[in-house]
Design a protein around this ligand. Structure first.
Ligand SMILES: [Zn+2]
Length: 86
């Protein structure tokens, strides 16, 4: 599981954590810690297969920048408005 290089916390997805807790974007995080894992590979793979019924997965894909389809983006926006995670 990816581990936050700033505080040591382990999470499946660090994107939101580093942004909220440390104010660091994914790009800045990677610049500071080259090669550091930010998403559990297995989780990302599962996410790609099952996104329809899993808001948290859609959120992950959004964060990863994998969803570029316009319809998908609309769906994600709807989900994000009603979903605040954690
Ligand atoms: Zn942290």
């Amino acid at each position: 599981m990816p581990k936050c290089m700033i505080c040591g916390k382990e999470l499946k997805v660090l994107t939101r954590h580093i942004m909220l807790e440390h104010g660091v974007s994914k790009r800045k995080y990677h610049a500071k810690f080259p090669g550091a894992d930010i998403v559990e590979p297995e989780f990302a793979e599962r996410a790609r297969r099952n996104r329809e019924n899993h808001p948290e997965v859609v959120e992950l894909l959004t964060e990863l920048g994998k969803v570029r389809n316009k319809k998908d983006t609309t769906e994600i926006t709807k989900i994000e408005r009603g979903y605040h995670g954690d």
